[in-house]
Design a protein around this ligand. Structure first.
Ligand SMILES: [Zn+2]
Length: 55
């Protein structure tokens, strides 16, 4: 199973999930810390986050 990195915009935490493409495309990814669906996939760990540090 593929391994994906995600960033939660709700609690500002990174987490990783192992899930199928079907699960991902159906939007089944929830933050394990707060349960939010407001998550963004991060293909390369911290690059996507440091580039948009506006908050
Ligand atoms: Zn969260």
């Amino acid at each position: 199973m593929p391994h994906y990195e995600f960033f939660c915009h709700n609690c500002k935490k990174l987490f990783s999930r192992i899930l199928s493409l079907v699960d991902y495309e159906e939007g089944e990814v929830l933050c394990p810390h707060c349960g939010s669906q407001n998550v963004e996939q991060c293909w390369s760990a911290f690059n996507a986050i440091t580039s948009k540090k506006s908050a």
